[in-house]
Design a protein around this ligand. Structure first.
Ligand code: SAM
Length: 253
């Protein structure tokens, strides 16, 4: 980010009132980029996620910023212990509360912020929740491991979120899923804004996008619907609307 002091150096000598207003607007724009903070004990898992495709481009254009925080850095013992055995016995290890809370306290706070604990027990992440998050200034995601978190971590979060009814080994993949879904909805992250307006789940959670085709027009005897090749945009729009409505979810739920 360009700091406001650097900007005022860049703008030295230009003092017209109009320019002042533009400058304020420009500064406002710079301040509205969305910040993601991800807490994890496996920060290296994010290496290629941050350096490829859409996320890499959004970072480069400064439309978002992503900060990966190693929870282990907040331990105080010589073995850097982040987990411990569950009270009352049972299998596996539990992530300790202190390093997570210490890490949360070190993260700079933007105005509209949500802290989210990633957990199979949370409410389901949906496109609607993603659209709500895309309006925030900051989203903090806490990724668990092992048997999950000490229950007292939940006192420090705004909500618990699950990406589906299955159990992964860690919250890093859910954190990437949430970060990418939300980033796509931030203005200018996707070159063609229309692409996110007509997608599955965009209007309502039951909306599924119409079938799509590309070349060749015939494959193994299977033809692309002729209406899509004829170039009549009204008819194409009507066909798509009808087929989006008709299309059924492929999942068994
Ligand atoms: N013992 C926990 C249970 O039965 O609910 C499962 C813990 S899981 C192996 C370890 C971590 O992976 C969780 O703390 C969470 O951060 C993450 N995780 C696994 N599945 C997830 C899901 N469906 N949605 C969000 N996070 C998930």
């Amino acid at each position: 980010m360009i700091s406001s002091s650097k900007l005022s150096v860049l703008n030295k000598g230009r003092k017209s009132r109009t320019y002042g207003i533009l400058q304020v607007r420009f500064l406002f724009f710079l301040k509205t980029y969305m910040r993601f903070d991800i807490l994890t004990i496996f920060p290296n898992l994010f290496d290629s996620f941050l350096h490829e495709t859409l996320i890499a481009k959004a970072l480069k254009k400064k439309l978002i910023s992503i900060h990966i925080h190693d929870i282990r850095s907040q331990t105080t013992d010589k073995h850097h212990t982040v987990d411990d055995r569950p009270y009352g016995g049972g299998p596996g290890m539990i992530l300790k509360v202190e390093p997570i809370v210490r890490m949360l306290r070190r993260i700079p706070k933007k105005k509209r912020r949500r802290i989210v604990l990633l957990s199979p027990q949370g409410k389901f992440f949906t496109q609607r929740i993603a659209a709500r998050y895309a309006k925030l200034d900051q989203l903090v995601l806490i990724a668990g491991r092992y048997e999950g978190f000490d229950e007292r971590v939940s006192r420090y979060v705004d909500e618990e979120l699950s990406i589906g009814q299955y159990v992964l080994s860690g919250g890093e993949v859910p954190a990437m899923a949430v970060t990418e879904t939300v980033s796509r909805l931030i203005p200018k992250v996707i070159g063609n804004a229309e692409a996110t307006q007509d997608e599955s789940f965009s209007g309502s959670l039951t909306y599924i996008e119409y079938p799509q085709f590309t070349r060749p027009p015939v494959f193994n005897g299977k033809r692309v619907p002729p209406v899509l090749l004829a170039g009549n945009h009204e008819k194409i729009a009507a066909w798509r609307k009808a087929h989006a409505r008709r299309r059924k979810r492929l999942s068994g739920t």
